[in-house]
Design a binder for this molecule. Structure first.
Ligand code: CA
Length: 224
């Protein structure tokens, strides 16, 4: 799962990005409406957090352009404008929710989870393989009912693999899901996370294996 954070206040964007990451949600950052539209076109985001006061255009123009090209990505509007007109305008343009600044990060996370759940565009919240169960909305993994603590990227990795059990997931798709557009990747970045995830799942007693398909990607399947 990856979010796009559209916010021209760099300090706020950085703080928010870090706070979201601590809660298991990775994000890319766009500081202008133009960048936001380019990035939303280039990558598939789980949701967009959209500030309305942007330097090059009103955030509502971003929303309008997304909906005009039939992009159904959930959008949560974030703005200092707490007035009813802006709120109604945003919802009229196809926003999924609205949050006035200043806000609590936990409230934003709760709203994001709610719009993701409502959208249900992720094949349902619960993914089960072997004795492993993953709630992709709450971002919680358990093995035989016991919670397993994973980092944000490990959660992204198990998410992308669990959606395609028994099928090969190509490495480039995994890279897209795990890393932002701005991050430069070491050639073995995915391998490092796969290795960590395998170790944690093994320690937890998971009855699944993550096979390496050399030169192509990975495949998760039940081992029992
Ligand atoms: Ca702003």
């Amino acid at each position: 799962m990856r979010l796009l954070l559209v916010e021209d206040d760099r300090e706020l964007a950085e703080a928010l990005g870090a706070a979201l990451l601590r809660r298991g949600m990775a994000s890319d950052h766009a500081a202008t409406a133009g960048d936001a539209l380019l990035m939303a076109d280039a990558a598939r985001y789980s949701a967009i957090v959209l500030d309305l006061g942007l330097p090059d255009a009103d955030g509502l123009e971003v929303l309008r352009a997304l909906r005009a090209r039939l992009d159904p990505v959930p959008v949560v509007i974030l703005t200092a404008r707490g007035d009813t007109a802006a709120r109604i305008g945003g919802l009229d343009y196809g926003a999924d929710d609205y949050l006035a600044k200043p806000f609590d990060v936990d409230e934003l996370v709760a709203r994001l989870r709610a719009v993701l759940r409502r959208q249900g565009g992720f094949g349902g919240a619960e993914l089960v393989v072997g004795n492993l169960r993953f709630d992709s909305v709450a971002r919680a993994l358990d093995v035989d009912g016991r919670p397993v603590l994973l980092s944000a990227r490990e959660l992204d990795l198990i998410d992308v693999l669990l959606r395609r059990p028994g099928r090969v997931v190509v490495k480039t798709l995994i890279e897209d899901q795990l890393f932002g557009l701005s991050e430069s990747l070491g050639s073995n970045a995915v391998e490092v996370y796969v290795h960590r995830l395998r170790r944690k799942l093994e320690q937890a007693g998971a009855t699944i294996v993550i096979e390496t398909i050399r030169g192509v990607g990975y495949m998760l399947r039940a081992s029992a």
